[in-house]
Unconditional design. Structure first.
Length: 249
């Protein structure tokens, strides 16, 4: 069987114990990404199974129609919003999602990014290698307002750490997530506009779907403080394309 693994940026697939089970199959692993549908179809030509690394590439109907041998799409992570499920069903392509992954790596990454930004760690580390000593002042999390959008499995872990650091944790999202946040003892923002306006640190934990694509607009970002920090460990497309660049400018 010809099996293609795409978007494996870290070349991690071949290090897994389960990789040995594919011995004897024709397995091709792509560490780069190909976003052009025509070139991606050419790359996957003849593949009977494709393994998608997270939701890094779209699999629309037009692409599926160019892959007549395809019988299985296996997805790491539970999100399948980037796959045309109806087209797969019509063509007899089985779609398998990995289910719920542990939320801890993403929550830890979120806090790594927050602290690295507030404490200028990458900049100061590079300066130190160049023979310089500290030239910036770090910013404390204590006393800051940490906005959590959405209070999910990952968002709840980020909120816990924020509370431990002494931040004021404020949540926003749909009714279900707000209910869970309130039950856990966290503050709910007075309104959407207040949520963006008051957050010193905004942490985004929104699954990407047709409903959430572009859910954060330029108007939302315009309400934020010039000193605010946004950390997005979800997907770039939840912010309207170009809105973040415009707000930063």
């Amino acid at each position: 069987m010809k099996i293609a693994v795409i978007d494996d940026y870290q070349d991690a697939f071949r290090t897994l114990r389960c990789y040995a089970k594919l011995a004897g199959h024709d397995v091709v692993v792509y560490k780069d990404t190909e976003k052009d549908p025509a070139r991606l179809a050419e790359r996957l030509k003849g593949a009977e199974a494709v393994i998608l690394t997270q939701a890094r590439s779209l699999f629309p109907r037009a692409l599926l129609e160019r892959l007549p041998e395809l019988r299985l799409i296996s997805q790491t992570g539970r999100s399948t919003g980037h796959i045309d499920i109806d087209a797969c069903t019509e063509r007899g392509v089985l779609v398998s999602a990995a289910g719920f992954a542990t939320p801890h790596p993403t929550a830890e990454l979120t806090w790594g990014l927050i602290l690295a930004a507030l404490r200028h760690i990458p900049y100061e580390a590079q300066r130190l290698r160049e023979g310089h000593w500290q030239s910036t002042l770090g910013i404390c999390v204590t006393g800051k307002t940490l906005g959590i959008y959405v209070y999910s499995r990952i968002g709840s872990l980020v909120a816990q750490v924020g509370r431990a650091f002494g931040a004021r944790v404020v949540c926003w999202g749909r009714e279900g997530s707000l209910r869970r946040a309130k039950e856990a003892g966290y503050e709910i923002a007075r309104s959407r506009s207040a949520f963006f306006a008051e957050s010193d640190i905004l942490s985004l934990h929104i699954p990407l779907s047709s409903e959430t694509r572009g859910i954060i607009t330029g108007e939302d970002l315009a309400r934020m403080k010039p000193t605010a920090l946004i950390v997005n460990t979800s997907r770039a497309a939840i912010i309207v394309e170009g809105a973040l660049v415009e707000a930063l400018t």
